[in-house]
Design a protein. Structure first.
Length: 234
C-alpha cells in the first residue's frame, strides 16, 4: 500500500476522469464542477494532504469536527454539510465558506441574526428533501419558491443555491429524478430572489451517484467514501 498522498492522488485522478466523462455526456465544462472532499471519517493529516493535492474545498458533517480541523489545516475552504443546530451557528460562521444544510426557516433566521451580529454575510444553500424520505431533513420541494420573500428580507444571508441527498440505492440511475427535481426548483427560485442571491449552485451527488448528479447539473459534489475511505481514521 502506497502513502496516503499517493493513494489520494490515484483516487483523485479516477474521480476527475469520471467527472470529465459525465460532463462530456451532458455538454458541460468540467471546470464548472467543484469536488468537496468529505473528511468526516479521517484525521486532519488526510485533510491537509487533500489541500496539498488541490482539493481546497472540504466538507464536515459535525460542527465541532469542522472547528477542530479548521484550526489544523491551512488553505482549506470549509463546507458545513451536516445538520447545523442553532446553538452551533455562532462558532461555525467564522470558519465556513458555505453552509449546505439550511433545512428550516428557524435555522435561516438564526444564521441571519448571527451573521448580522458578526457583521458578515453567511453564504448558504437551502437543503431540499427531493427524495421524499421521512428520514431526510430539508424543505419540501413545494415550500421552496415561497421562501424567496423571507430570504429577500435577510441581509445577513446570501443564497448560493440548493442542496439535496438522493435515496441510497444500488442503481445510481434511481437518483436521477431527485437531482432533476432540484435543478428545476433552482430555476424556479432564482428569478424570485433579489440580486444579492447568486443561487447558481447545486450541491448534489455523493460517492455512489455523483456521475448522474453531474449529468443533471451538479456544481458541487460531496465525496467521502470513494475519496478517503479506508484511510487514517479521525
Amino acid at each position: 500500500m502506497g502513502s496516503i498522498r499517493e493513494i489520494l492522488s490515484g483516487r483523485l485522478g479516477e474521480i476527475r476522469g469520471r467527472v470529465a466523462g459525465a460532463c462530456a455526456r451532458s455538454g458541460r465544462d468540467p471546470a464548472t464542477v467543484t469536488l468537496v472532499g468529505v473528511t468526516k471519517t479521517v484525521g486532519h493529516e488526510v485533510a491537509r494532504a487533500l489541500v496539498e493535492l488541490g482539493v481546497a474545498d472540504l466538507g464536515e458533517n459535525r460542527p465541532q469536527e469542522l472547528w477542530r480541523k479548521a484550526g489544523l489545516v491551512s488553505g482549506a475552504r470549509w463546507h458545513a454539510i451536516g445538520h447545523l443546530q442553532r446553538n452551533k451557528v455562532e462558532r461555525t460562521l467564522p470558519e465556513v465558506s458555505l453552509i449546505h444544510s439550511c433545512d428550516s426557516a428557524r435555522l435561516l433566521e438564526a444564521i441571519n441574526a448571527e451573521a448580522m451580529g458578526q457583521e458578515r454575510v453567511a453564504r448558504v444553500l437551502l437543503e431540499v428533501n427531493c427524495s421524499g424520505e421521512d428520514a431526510k431533513q430539508g424543505f419540501e420541494p413545494a415550500e421552496v419558491p415561497g421562501l424567496a420573500a423571507m430570504l429577500n428580507r435577510m441581509p445577513g444571508i446570501e443564497v448560493h443555491g440548493l442542496m439535496t441527498m438522493a435515496a441510497i440505492a444500488d442503481n445510481p440511475e434511481s437518483a436521477r429524478p431527485a437531482f432533476r427535481r432540484l435543478a428545476a426548483l433552482a430555476r424556479e427560485l432564482r428569478p424570485l430572489l433579489d440580486g444579492r442571491h447568486p443561487a447558481t449552485q447545486l450541491s448534489m451527488g455523493m460517492s455512489g451517484d455523483f456521475e448522474v448528479a453531474v449529468e443533471e447539473g451538479a456544481t458541487l459534489i460531496r465525496l467521502g467514501t470513494i475519496l478517503v475511505g479506508g484511510l487514517e481514521p479521525a
